[in-house]
Ligand binder design. Structure first.
Ligand SMILES: *Cc1c(COP(=O)(O)O)cnc(C)c1O
Length: 426
């Protein structure tokens, strides 16, 4: 069982709604900080352990700055993510650039920042040659293919996933790096996503330890860096249990002792996103419409442009009705947004207390892959982000998008003027 609580009092949520308007994403700094510390503590047995935050989960520089203060690096996969990382002051091996179908300009930027360049494919060696990049620190992403029976809905079966290289390609890549005189060579994988079972997570770890040994046996290279990617899950549903991070660290330590003699200087890393910000981000929206047809509908002032996971993956996100936490769930609702897509639903046939118009609804576990997956279909504007600091104060860390933002790339007579009338009236 997991529990779903709010990061502050109902009164405070109402006050924030009155001050900033709804909807908003609210992040709880204390929760994020404690989570990072628990991961670092669990893996402190590895002297070089490093956590890289997967920037795509919550690409806000204010959050990245907090993470940097905790000695957390960044895992990037785009120019924007590299520039965010650069701007919060990350450099060198505090950045991993995980490539996949990566444009030249991004490889060059990663090289400029001294990032660890994580190559996704053997053909990237040609890119390196063509761009005259000899990374100081290089990494190769492994795709075990059908060797790995597991895999799950988000990433799918490894042999159907577009990421990573085969075992033989990886050996070829490492031989290339050795020949180039690169002394810092790492291996990476990410074959599971949102995994709650320790066995699944440890399976990846064990597979990578075996791979490191094989590389040493075949090529005489002792990898400097083993990156397990992200994929630590969070309990979206009440009946699910959070991952016991301390136990994961302890079991990983045992595997390391068993399999990794002579790898004492090898850095172990994760690139977690979801587990770090997911549970500590809340989407707060207001009930603005009620509709009674074949089902009962509650319409919110947020939509799937604010949180796409339910529509995209059919994901469950727990909902709390502010002030009605202790009322019995007597109603069954579909909780919807205003997009012209029938899958724009935050919850389907959900038992909830009776909702009145104006009630505030808190959608839980929206901190990772939430705001960041936002989009502008239907011309929907993406909403603000607020940060609840450890001292209880609140800071707006992203403002609401405006029509002027939306139309910024359209040069059409009169459009900007008409947009301004709406924006200025707000
Ligand atoms: C998405 C991603 C992550 C983060 O995954 P989470 O499930 O959020 O922990 C880490 N590394 C890579 C390469 C990714 O693509």
């Amino acid at each position: 069982m997991s529990v779903k609580t709010l990061p502050c009092s109902d009164e405070k949520i109402r006050e924030l709604a009155a001050t900033y308007g709804t909807p908003f994403h609210l992040y709880d700094e204390k929760g994020i900080v404690n989570c990072v510390k628990s991961i670092q503590k669990a893996f402190a047995w590895n002297p070089n352990f490093h956590e890289y935050f997967a920037v795509k989960a919550t690409p806000n520089p204010w959050l990245m700055k907090i993470l940097k203060g905790l000695n957390v690096g960044a895992d990037c996969s785009s120019m924007a993510e590299l520039v965010l990382s650069e701007t919060v002051g990350l450099r060198g091996d505090d950045i991993v650039m995980s490539s996949n179908d990566t444009p030249d300009a991004e490889f060059l930027k990663a090289q400029e920042l001294g990032a660890i360049i994580n190559l996704d494919d053997i053909s990237n060696l040609d890119d390196m040659e063509r761009l005259h990049i000899v990374p100081e620190k290089i990494c190769f992403r492994f795709n075990p293919g059908p060797e790995l029976a597991r895999g799950n809905a988000i990433i799918g079966k490894p042999e159907e996933a577009k990421y990573g290289m085969t075992r033989e390609q990886l050996m070829q890549g490492i031989a290339w790096a050795k020949e180039k005189g690169i002394s810092y060579i790492g291996i990476h994988t990410m074959v599971i996503s949102c995994e709650l079972a320790l066995e699944g997570l440890l399976g990846t770890i064990s597979m990578m330890f075996d791979l490191a040994n094989e590389i040493r046996d075949r090529l005489g290279v002792t990898v400097s860096f083993i990156d397990f990617g992200g994929g630590i899950g969070i309990p979206y549903r009440l009946e699910e249990e959070p991952v016991d991070i301390a136990a994961l660290g302890e079991e990983a330590r045992k595997l390391f002792e068993e399999k990794m003699k002579g790898f004492e200087h090898t850095r172990i890393s994760f690139e977690c996103g979801r587990v770090i910000t997911g549970p500590y981000g809340y989407l707060v929206a207001k009930a603005i419409h009620y509709k009674h047809i074949y089902r009962e509908y509650i319409g919110l002032d947020a939509c799937m442009a604010d949180l796409m996971r339910p529509a995209m993956y059919g994901s469950y996100h727990h909902i709390t009705v502010v002030g009605k936490e202790n009322e019995p769930a007597t109603e069954v609702y579909d909780v919807t947004g205003s997009l012209c897509e029938n899958n724009d639903k935050f919850a389907i046939q959900r038992k909830l207390p009776k909702i009145d118009m104006g009630d505030l609804l808190v959608i839980h576990d929206a901190g990772a892959h939430g705001h960041s997956m936002g989009f502008n279909y239907n011309g929907k504007l993406r909403h603000q982000e607020l940060l609840l600091r450890e001292d209880g104060s609140v800071m707006q860390i992203r403002r609401n998008e405006t029509l002027a933002d939306l139309f910024a790339t359209l040069d059409f007579p009169g459009l900007k003027e008409n947009a301004a009338k709406i924006d200025n009236a707000k």
